[in-house]
Design a protein. Sequence first.
Length: 527
Amino acid sequence: MDVFVARQAIFDRSRQLYGYELLFRSDGERNEFDGTDSGSATTQVIANSLLSIGLENMVCGKKAFVNFDRILLMSGLHSMIPRQNLVLEILESVEPDPEFLAACRELYDQGYTIALDDFVRHPRFEPLTEIAKVIKVDMQATAKKEQEQLLRIYRPRGIAMLAEKVETREEFDWALDAGYDYFQGYFFTKPVIVRGQQIPAAKLSCINLLREMQETDLDFCRLRILISEDVSLSFKLLRYVNSALFPFRRSGKIHSIDQALAALGETSIRCWVAMAALPALAKNKPGELVTHSLVRARFCERLAQLSGIQECHLGFLMGLFSLLDALIDLPLDKALHLAGVAPVISEALLGTAREDDGFRNVYRLAYHYETGDWDSVKDSAKKLKIKTSAIGEAYAESTLWAQQSLHATARRTNSRSKVRHATDEPLRIVWEDQAGKEKVSDTRLVNVSAEGLQLLIAEQVPVSAGVTCNDPKLGISGKGSVRYCNSFQGKYLVGIEFSGGTGWREPFAATPQKLRQPPSELQTIRP
């Protein structure tokens, strides 16, 4: 069965990420599940899309807003998703009869968060407002006077109000002043156009660097000049290449731009440029914009690969440049001209490329997938000769890659100065679950350093949870904090940092031979 999954960000009043709405259907032709064989078909949709991909990879510890119609809700499918992560969105098409209301009240009593989607005030929906924690209002379909009335009635009851389909700065400013608590819509990736604004020098350096990434063969001399002219970029490059992402470089630190570029190679350089340039371009913008840019860039690159496009690296840049107007507050055509974007990319993004152009169809496929337009997804996939079953896998891989890349490059300090060494040893740890209860688990060490370790565990460990271990044989003892927890081959790969040190010292006295060769299946894993 083909599975479709996408996500759209939801922000709070400070424009901080609060959660994601997850969009999924069992096929591309029906835009709403019709109830056929609901016991098995809907279970397969959720299991394949959310559980096989990994909810933590899709929402990264934030709230997951999921649409539920009557059949899905009454089937008990919600129990497959942890209640602390789930917001049940009751569709406006649901008829709240006594049986349905009783089921919702039971979910409320169990601690589930209930949201009312596309809410319109009507007497038959009033019983649902007594148990709802969130009310979503469509700004495009609801008059401002009616919105103000909804806010006056329901906010005093302690119900959070969420404005959806916020498309312009004016709409966001109005919704903010009106008193909405949360916001969702294209405004956060398509901000209002600010014409004639001077682009700061730091942003120009990043744009020039991104321009160089369009070349099939990178000009290392030109790259060295561009990076050397910007102190911040130079520092970021040297910090990156000397980090534990590259544990195979043990011959000493790299101190020059030339050495760093030579050590990285073309593929890693292209990834680093994207991660170094984006935060500078997105200054004073929601952090989700950076994440979304990386996800889309990687997604477009993977789709270009799947469709057999030769210069698939241009797919990465196309996805990145598709949000350039949002990053630098200029119209997209002007932003693309400023960055000197290759015609094949700019034409695809501006919609002037031929209908059969590969990059145009890749971008359309990525965009329609993100917005949950499954009919268009199916049409674009057919043009590109991509199996629809591969699209969801590519998107899931892209979201995980973006999160891991940001974790690796957004450290508060260069804390990973100590190289981690690969190993394969059992280690018992004590940790706290989300309820604060102490748990004991047997794990397998993947690598270790004086400041942290990475391990495999059968259970999901909350990010920032405290972890204690004491193993005199391995020379590891102390208390750390979980930095990330990602699903991997049916288990979880957990990275732990120890502010006071792990107690480990080179050489690994217990099993020194295991430091030379990491386990083959984990050899390429990077936090």
